[in-house]
Design a protein around this ligand. Structure first.
Ligand code: ATP
Length: 322
């Protein structure tokens, strides 16, 4: 594929607040640059079903403040198979999609990388509440998800402190403890349990007992989804300490909601930068932020990046909880 005249955009995987800002950023920048834009519904599922339609400036009106994604999203297991990847690449060619902008998490980028192998020009915009793409310091949706979980924790704290209970709150993040770490600091938790830093139930209980002895009248423990087991932990805490303990799994509550200013900003800037990068001849790149600088990286290289787990936030929680 040579010159880019027509861009396709899709959102895929889990929805994340700020995806709409990214779609809007892509569409309006592309139109401003004289390109035509098509929207693909339901991620790769819609691409395979050829659910593709022309977008104009109005198509993205009144979406910047909305959570979720106006293009809809889906998980599409067929894309793991070569024959469907080939079909998707053929559809891109037939529909004259000169560059396909994929907005989503690592799975979405893997799908895009597979299409790049088949000659499709792809770009990736990182959007996942989990903040689990190692190549970038930020993924769209994380800030809103943390704020939503923090507000829920505030409410749980009111009840927990009034009844002098212990609350165990399980937050999202899949294999990654970032949401849990951020919620723990901003929600004032005394302990966090994340997959990256295993801790035994006995140690958590010991900490609760010690904190009660220091005069603490209620307790808040945050558990990351990737560690799980919050119900069993609550039962065990109550059994050993006699403190009434309740587990709350926040679940999908954290995925939706109007995006924060940060997620609207990141979505808008990454959408804009992505189209500008295409206009500058970049192909098969993932957009991102490193140390405050806006970057793009080869999408396969981005997928191969790994990040060492850093204990800093965990240690801050330990210090601030006492
Ligand atoms: P989130 O982090 O929010 O879950 P994600 O993009 O990682 O987002 P996935 O469900 O993992 O979500 O991936 C989205 C879609 O990308 C999958 O449903 C599938 O269609 C495609 N995909 C995932 N992995 C691959 C792969 N290895 N090869 C090709 N396509 C893939």
């Amino acid at each position: 594929m040579g010159d880019v005249k027509r861009i396709g955009v899709l959102t895929s995987g889990g929805d994340a607040p700020g995806m709409n800002a990214a779609i809007r950023g892509v569409v309006r920048t592309a139109l401003n640059r004289g390109l035509s834009v098509v929207g693909i519904k339901r991620g790769y599922e819609g691409l395979l079903a050829c659910d593709i339609s022309e977008l104009n400036g109005k198509s993205v009106s009144d979406i910047i403040h909305r959570g979720g994604t106006s293009l809809l999203t889906a998980r599409c297991p067929e894309m793991l198979e070569k024959k469907y990847q080939e079909k998707a690449a053929d559809i891109c060619r037939i529909m004259k999609i000169d560059a396909l902008i994929t907005i989503g998490g690592d799975g979405t980028f893997r799908g895009a990388a597979a299409l790049s192998e088949l000659g499709v020009n792809v770009m990736g915009i990182p959007a996942t509440i989990d903040l689990d793409l190692a190549y970038t310091d930020y993924t769209i949706g994380f800030d809103t998800a943390v704020n939503t979980a923090m507000e829920a924790i505030n409410k749980i704290r009111d009840t927990s402190s009034s009844h002098e209970r212990c609350s165990v709150v399980e937050v999202m993040g899949r294999r990654c403890g970032n949401i849990a770490l951020w919620c723990s600091i901003t929600g004032g938790a005394e302990a966090v349990i994340i997959p990256e830093h295993p801790v035994s139930t006995e140690d958590v209980i010991k900490e609760i007992i010690q904190n009660r002895a220091k005069g603490k009248s209620h307790n808040l423990i945050v558990v990351a989804e990737g560690r799980g087991g919050s119900e069993a932990l609550a039962k065990e805490i109550e059994k050993v300490t006699g403190i009434v303990t309740r587990a709350t799994i926040l679940g999908y509550l954290q995925r939706g909601g109007s995006p924060s200013a940060r997620d609207r900003m990141e979505g808008s800037l990454m959408g804009y930068n992505c189209v500008e990068a295409i206009m500058n001849g970049e192909r098969n790149r993932a957009m991102g932020v490193i140390n405050g600088a806006r970057i793009s990286m080869d999408i396969k290289e981005a997928l191969s990046c790994t990040k060492e787990y850093n204990d800093t936030l965990y240690n801050v929680i330990k210090v601030l909880s006492v």
